[in-house]
Design a protein around this ligand. Structure first.
Ligand SMILES: [Zn+2]
Length: 252
């Protein structure tokens, strides 16, 4: 058991939430009971995940994608009402970390994706505005497009979409989890062979072709499953809590 306030303060400090100008509040988003023993984690605080937290008797739901995004309709109606009503009625806290969880050097989504894909990190990069969330480094060996596709599929249980770009083989690459297709040009500027991210847009195809860089689109959800699991495991270990990650399948 740990006090909710102590747990959140520790997570906020670990992830240095104060250093980020984000599109949502980081940390405690919905306050539930004052003491925490059981944490449930997931990528997005969708209704199915909230429902599972209620059924499993969780004290706290830990996610990467929480609520209250900048620019959204602030009224508590419809979908948002149902989610909040379930959480509040069950006295479950919602704790969300967005950009701070992408960026953390060990527990973050990019660090965890690197571990999973066997990538040796060499540095970070950004698009010129905002935090440098992209990472670059090396595969353990040079690979063809087919080999890297199989490599990603075996490790993420997701067949990536490949957008044809530069020559083969591929060894130096960049990566940024989630919807980081806007990083592709910056990855090309670094002279990387390929870039791995979660989502693509129509123009991503043309950037890959014209800048000569392969792009592997492995799913926003699939690339961002690992940070929140690592963070939940860290908190469970630190305070002697129960933690369970729940996979709510999402093809995007
Ligand atoms: Zn995301």
């Amino acid at each position: 058991m740990v006090a909710l306030r102590e747990l959140v303060a520790e997570l906020d400090a670990l992830l240095q939430v104060g250093d980020f100008a984000d599109y949502c509040p980081n940390g405690l988003q919905v306050e539930g009971r004052g003491r925490v023993h059981r944490i449930l984690s997931g990528v997005t605080a969708c209704e199915a995940l909230v429902e599972t937290a209620v059924t499993r008797g969780a004290d706290l739901l830990l996610v990467h994608h929480g609520y209250f995004w900048r620019g959204e309709d602030p009224r508590v109606c419809g979908m948002k009402r149902r989610r909040l009503q379930r959480l509040l009625a069950a006295d479950i806290s919602l704790v969300a970390y967005h950009l701070p969880l992408d960026a953390h050097p060990e527990l973050g989504n990019n660090a965890q994706l690197a571990q999973r894909l066997g990538l040796a990190a060499e540095g970070r990069f950004g698009t010129g505005s905002g935090p440098e969330l992209g990472w670059y480094g090396r595969l353990p060996r040079a690979m063809t497009v087919k080999e890297l596709t199989d490599w990603i599929r075996a490790r993420l249980q997701r067949t990536p979409l490949h957008l044809e770009g530069g020559p083969e083989p591929i060894q130096r690459l960049g990566w940024c989890t989630g919807a980081a297709q806007s990083y592709l040009e910056a990855a090309a500027d670094l002279g990387l062979d390929a870039f791995v991210t979660g989502e693509a847009s129509e123009q991503t195809t043309h950037v890959a072709r014209e800048r000569g860089i392969h792009c592997f689109v492995a799913g926003h959800h699939a690339t961002e499953r690992y940070g929140v699991q690592a963070l939940g495991a860290w908190a469970a270990h630190r305070f002697g809590l129960e933690h369970e990650f729940i996979e709510v399948p999402n093809p995007i």
